[in-house]
Design a protein around this ligand. Structure first.
Ligand code: MG
Length: 162
């Protein structure tokens, strides 16, 4: 078994009128996040956790933000791609546990949709995907509502060699 941990943070971009994407789900009534890609901070943390568990580097090495191919990229596609690479390296995803920290928007109404979407992208049952929302108790910039931070842990199992 292999454990992986990922972290990401993005600030809100109130001016751009872009949607907030979290775990491949469009969350209504919130500004989007500043980013080269679609700014899906949850998926980015998850991709780093997957690559980290398999010791395959990080999201920046696989999908560099200097590469025009990834400009405005759909992070859901990147996650599918990352999961496939990890599978091809000889691992199966056991489970995911992620914590999303922000003062806004309220995540609880969206958590189950996000879990279902991530499970679909990862090719696992929804019972293997946990997403938890928290606030930062008004502390620091995240607590001031300036952005979103995500911590993600994954467990991989080695698949039997052929
Ligand atoms: Mg990111």
């Amino acid at each position: 078994m292999r454990i992986g941990f990922g972290y990401d943070s993005h600030v809100f971009d109130d001016s751009a009128g872009r949607p907030l994407m979290l775990g491949g789900v469009r969350v209504p009534d919130s500004p989007g996040l500043k980013a080269h890609s679609d700014g899906d901070v949850l998926i980015h943390a998850l991709i780093d956790a997957l690559f980290g568990a398999a010791a395959l580097g990080d999201i920046g090495a696989h999908f560099p933000d200097t590469d025009e191919r990834w400009k405005g990229a759909d992070s859901a596609k990147l996650l599918e791609n990352a999961a496939l690479e990890v599978n091809n390296a000889g691992y199966r995803l056991s489970n995911v546990d992620a914590t999303v920290i922000c003062e806004r928007p309220k995540l609880r109404p969206h958590v189950d949709a996000i879990r279902r979407r991530l499970a679909g992208l990862l090719g696992v049952g929804v019972d293997r995907v946990s997403v938890k929302g928290k606030t930062n108790e008004k502390m620091d910039d995240v607590g001031a509502g300036k952005g979103i931070v995500v911590h993600a842990a994954v467990l991989l199992e080695e698949t039997a060699p052929e």
